[in-house]
Design a protein around this ligand. Structure first.
Ligand SMILES: NC(=O)c1ccc[n+]([C@@H]2O[C@H](COP(=O)([O-])OP(=O)(O)OC[C@H]3O[C@@H](n4cnc5c(N)ncnc54)[C@H](O)[C@@H]3O)[C@@H](O)[C@H]2O)c1
Length: 320
């Protein structure tokens, strides 16, 4: 297929673009490099360096079989302080994309949604049937886009799949996580090991979990990319399917720090800080629907392996 990857110079988009190329697809990346990096675009892939708002119609006019839409603003804290950036940057931009796809007859869409659409869960593991009550603006914008996609699929025959990722982690060779503002636990902990940060903060050690620290679901970015390939194959005209993607295993903050200590050999000093408002104790995905309908199964579920891939990437960046 000829595929447009928005946000393909970012973390998840670059890994997916690389896997798509390896699977024989023709890929074009559209990215404004606001948080991405031109050198993260896989070899042989054309980069259109532009924002969706300005460029999407002209690019889709070339004719594409589908779009994988990763481009977004995704900092939870910033979304609370500057909501306009998120409603404009995520929702308005995605509506422009949907309209351009309709105008140019682009048949398929795979969208990067998020566990943040659910908010505080009543039950874990979290299934797609759980209530969607986002507790931050970022999650609210992603949920709004999901609703828009549902109605475009029903009205205009779009074949659409939203993938609700939990915590994405790990790396794929030279493609990995390089955010200017890093908010994700594993890269933050690895910044201590690589000397870019003195210590880590653990937000609360009195949660109702075995070791008292919060539990999250870490999905390896390569498993996530493989789910995108399957979603493309299973997308059906007129349907909007939604799948949660996690590895189904929760790891506590303490377990993550211990795994980073083991992999890097660094003591990684950690301090306990007060709990943060709005942090649920446990967030773990049920990916049963993706397993049953897409035939997908996470293969890289071992925490040490996930950390090792991220650490190899971190060290390759330091040597670069
Ligand atoms: N990383 C995670 O743990 C995680 C979890 C859940 C959902 N997601 C979603 O997955 C997607 C990718 O996340 P990521 O971690 O790779 O983020 P990222 O910031 O590394 O990548 C986003 C890319 O989109 C580009 N971009 C942003 N706005 C754009 C615009 N208007 N036009 C063109 N390009 C634009 C950026 O330059 C960047 O290259 C996002 O939609 C995010 O909300 C990520």
């Amino acid at each position: 297929m000829k595929l447009l990857v928005t946000g393909g110079a970012g973390y998840v988009g670059s890994v997916c673009a690389a896997r798509l190329v390896e699977s024989g697809h023709e890929v074009v990346v559209l990215d404004d490099l606001s948080t991405g990096h031109a050198d993260a675009v896989p070899d042989g892939v054309r980069l259109v360096e532009a924002g969706i708002d300005d460029a999407i119609g002209g690019v889709l006019a070339e004719g594409f079989d589908g779009v994988l839409h990763f481009a977004a603003k995704s900092l939870v804290g910033e979304s609370m302080q500057d909501p306009a950036k998120y409603w404009q940057g995520n929702v308005v931009t995605s509506l422009r994309l949907l309209d351009a796809m309709r105008e140019h007859g682009t048949p398929r869409l795979v969208f990067s949604s998020t566990a943040a659409t659910y908010g505080e869960p009543e039950q874990v593991p979290i299934a797609e049937t759980a209530p969607t009550r986002p507790t931050n603006t970022y999650g609210a914008t992603k949920l709004a886009i999901d609703h828009a996609i549902t109605s475009y699929a029903a009205a205009h025959g779009l074949a659409a799949v939203s993938l609700r990722y939990f915590n994405v982690a790990g790396a794929y060779g030279r493609f990995g996580e390089r955010h200017g503002v890093e908010t994700h636990l594993i890269p933050i902990v690895l910044q201590v090991a690589s000397g870019r940060r003195d210590r880590v903060q653990v937000y609360g050690d009195d949660w109702p979990t075995d070791d008292g620290t919060c539990i999250r679901d870490y999905i390896h970015v390569v498993d996530l990319a493989d789910a995108h390939l399957r979603a493309l194959e299973h997308a059906t005209a007129g349907e909007h399917r939604i799948y949660n993607l996690g590895n189904g295993l929760g790891f506590s903050v303490k377990q993550v720090i211990d795994a980073c200590r083991e992999v890097t050999g660094h003591p990684i000093p950690a301090d306990v800080a007060p709990r943060r408002a709005g942090d649920p104790a446990v967030l773990v995905a049920s990916s049963e629907k993706a397993r049953a309908e897409l035939g997908w199964k996470p293969e890289r579920v071992d925490l040490a392996g996930i950390v090792r891939d991220a650490w190899d990437f971190t060290r390759s960046q330091q040597g670069a």
